[in-house]
Design a protein around this ligand. Structure first.
Ligand code: ZN
Ligand code: ZN
Length: 180
């Protein structure tokens, strides 16, 4: 359950706490609103991270590897794609006063805030997964895609459209000659 990824910050031991877990698509879906559901299926994600805390600031360092099921942007077939990344987060307690009039330095922009006694690893891991999903996924680097004219998947079959294009050009050329 997603709840198991909530961590009581007061229970993080001095030497830090390691979290190793695996989740699937049901978990990923539960991290998003209906209107923001991702356009891939999470077959599996394995996460390994260490959480440490120093005077109220929480550091999360780890890595994940995942397998996603996504639509190839060239041939539109489903493809299984491995993704993964190292990640590091710094979370400081949310301050009570407003900071509107304070300009944030670039370092501060890298910092997230937590409120209350718990931090939730779920949105952090979800964000990491989303960041690694390619904008234009490919089933393979050599994917030939679909024929622009008839829509045939050129990985699995062929069509005669390129011949027709050549024939049409020759026809145009013939007409051109006839007219002159
Ligand atoms: Zn493809
Ligand atoms: Zn074709």
């Amino acid at each position: 359950m997603a709840n198991s990824l909530k961590i009581n910050v007061f229970l993080i031991p001095e030497e830090g706490q390691r979290f190793v877990f695996s989740e699937g698509d049901t978990w990923l879906q539960s991290c998003f609103k209906d209107s923001e559901k991702p356009d891939f299926v999470l077959e599996k994600v394995d996460v390994n991270c260490l959480i440490t805390m120093t005077s109220g600031t929480i550091f999360i360092k780890g890595f994940f590897s995942a397998l996603i099921d996504i639509c190839c942007s060239r041939c539109l077939e489903r493809a299984s794609l491995p993704i993964g990344s190292d990640f590091a987060y710094t979370l400081t307690p949310a301050k009570a006063e407003t900071r509107e009039d304070l300009e944030l330095t670039p370092e501060e922009l890298e910092i997230s805030y937590y409120q209350g006694d718990f931090i939730d690893l779920a949105p952090i891991i979800c964000e990491q997964i989303i960041l690694q999903v390619p904008m234009k996924a490919l089933c393979s680097e050599e994917c030939k895609g679909l024929c622009l004219h008839c829509g045939t998947n050129l990985n699995t079959s062929s069509c005669n459209c390129h011949l027709n294009v050549v024939n049409n050009r020759m026809a145009v050329l013939k007409n051109f000659r006839v007219k002159n």
